[in-house]
Design a protein around this ligand. Structure first.
Ligand code: HEM
Length: 512
């Protein structure tokens, strides 16, 4: 009797791995269409995916995988961030040394910090690329307008998350970059000063103090930025990403080319139904990736089970992103300059790279570059789906041949305008140089930034009139701003040196 119980136990021990797996997954192995669907449906994490996925959504050149990449980098940031919190001390007197400890003493500390730093940059890049992909494939159109607006919220939160982390090392780089940010926060004073009402309504001063917790950048500010960076913004991002994913499903899955309305889904021939495509047919993932699969329109017959097709695709992006983050973390150290010193300004003091384009405009007017133009751009972007109500070309890169032509012409137009205006200002300066006494309000309203916005808008109106299409006007405006942003970012990174002077290359900056 005892022997048989022991035998049973041994037998159960042998079956332990199989039984453990079975009890965890609460379903039979995914071998048929039904159990594959269950694999997705019955899993807490996987059920954000639908049980079947349209073939178009699996095409790497459609989504570019950058939405999943953004989510991957956010997960890596959350994980490494929690680990960094174990040693980091949010105080002006201890922050710098705690980062030095992490970098030089804590085992694997430098590696974790490097991964965190590079993933932050990569997340900003992939979120921007994702927005570009969604825009050029018209994926913001009905019924996805609201998810585009939620995406705008995600974009702002991503910038805010990255920016608030910038201060935490409390080194010279962080301190002076943050000084620029804080001055921008207070820049509404440019307007109230001009109107002579700052003593009555000091919106700029209020915003500055709300951010800093005091009059200057110090102990209170670091605690506020720590709270924003480690608690509030990650919570908001997690909540908004969840809603974003939920909306993708509720809006009918990912966008895809519309089926032409006059193509009947099922026709009759000699009284027998004829399907445009074989509804029973399933297509191999490789055929989809190579583009040798079916010619896709979005009939239900053009779907594959999400398990394993979509999961493999998501896993591939996840593995590639993780490998890039680990590789960078291994070979490239995150920067750490000297301890922040309020008496020795960095020259040039530069904002994080994604704000450098704006810093170029801020060099004329903090309000214009830091508040006015970003607000106009963000509102303009958020309104796109509500102004462009044309229903066609959803899911098609650049819409049609005219779309490609307009995108190309707008690229050339933006390069010419942006580079010419930069060259002009380098050669001849701007209003302040010609008229030293000019009130700042004029420069706030008339500067290269506002001129770019005006010229790009006029170009877009011209395209709408020429092609009689709002979508093409949107492509023109978006392309102009995108190219302008890239040129200004490159220019401010490499061609602006001490005192924000022009240099052909950083190696030409004066040594002292
Ligand atoms: C933290 C930032 C973000 C994450 C993690 C994220 C994630 C995703 C993912 C995974 C998808 C599925 C398709 C794909 O991978 O391309 C998606 C779709 C979408 N996203 Fe985002 N996203 C973010 C930010 C944004 C931004 C900035 C926008 C636009 C302003 C945006 C607008 C959309 C829209 C409209 C869709 C549906 C696209 C379609 O149906 O083809 N998202 N997002």
């Amino acid at each position: 009797m005892i022997m048989s119980a022991l035998k049973d136990m041994l037998e159960n021990l042998k079956k332990l791995p199989v039984n453990l797996l079975e009890s965890a997954r609460r379903r039979a192995p995914a071998t048929s269409d039904r159990t594959r669907s269950q694999a997705i449906f019955a899993n807490l994490f996987l059920h954000i995916n639908s049980t079947r996925v349209n073939i178009n959504s699996l095409r790497p050149l459609y989504t570019l995988g950058v939405g999943i990449a953004s989510a991957t980098f956010f997960s890596i940031l959350s994980l490494t961030g929690i680990l960094l919190m174990i040693y980091y001390k949010p105080s002006a007197t201890e922050a710098y040394n705690s980062i030095k400890d992490i970098h030089y003493i804590v085992p694997t500390g430098r590696f974790i910090r490097n991964i965190h730093r590079w993933s932050a940059h990569l997340m900003v890049i992939t979120v921007l690329l994702h927005m570009v992909r969604v825009f050029y494939t018209s994926s913001y159109k009905k019924p996805r307008e609201w998810n585009w607006v939620i995406g705008m919220g995600l974009l702002v939160l991503t910038f805010a998350l990255s920016f608030t982390g910038y201060l935490l090392p409390w080194d010279q780089l962080a301190y002076w970059a943050m000084t620029i940010g804080v001055n921008i926060a207070g820049s509404a004073r440019e307007l109230t000063d001009a109107a002579g009402i700052t003593s009555l309504i000091d919106a700029g001063g209020l915003m500055r103090e709300t951010l800093l917790g005091s009059k200057s950048l110090g102990e209170d500010a670091i605690l506020r930025f720590y709270f924003l960076h480690c608690i509030l913004l990650p919570i908001l991002l997690t909540a908004l990403i969840s809603i974003h994913f939920w909306r993708i499903r509720k809006d009918g899955g990912l966008s895809r080319p519309d089926e032409p309305e006059d193509e009947p889904r099922i026709s009759l021939h000699n009284g027998q139904p004829v399907f445009p495509r074989d509804p029973q047919k399933t297509y191999g993932l490789m055929a989809v990736i190579k583009g040798t699969g079916p010619n896709v329109n979005n009939g239900p017959e053009d779907t594959l089970p999400s398990w394993p097709n979509l999961l493999y695709a998501e896993l591939a992006v996840f593995i590639i992103c993780t490998a890039i983050a680990l590789g960078l973390g291994l070979f490239l150290d995150a920067p750490l300059k000297e301890l922040a010193n309020p008496n020795i300004p960095e020259n040039p003091a530069k904002a994080p790279w994604y704000f450098l384009g704006l810093q170029e405009i801020v060099s004329y007017s903090a309000f214009s570059g830091g508040v006015l133009i970003p607000t106009i751009v963000l509102i303009g972007l958020a309104l796109i789906p509500y102004l462009d109500r044309e229903k066609n070309y959803v899911g098609i890169w650049f819409s049609n041949r005219n779309g490609k032509t307009v995108a190309f012409l707008s690229l050339v137009f933006s390069i010419i305008i942006t580079v010419s205006l930069l060259a002009f200002t380098i050669q001849y300066g701007w209003l302040r140089k010609w008229f030293p006494e000019i009130p700042q309000l004029f420069i706030t309203l008339i500067n290269p930034g506002t001129l770019y916005a005006l010229l790009f808008s006029l170009w877009s109106l011209l395209i709408i009139k020429r092609y009689n299409s709002i979508r093409l006007g949107a492509i023109a405006l978006f392309t102009c701003f995108l190219v302008g942003f890239l040129i200004l970012t490159f220019f401010a990174t490499y061609n602006r040196g001490p005192n924000w002077e022009f240099y052909w290359w950083p190696s030409m900056w004066p040594a002292h």
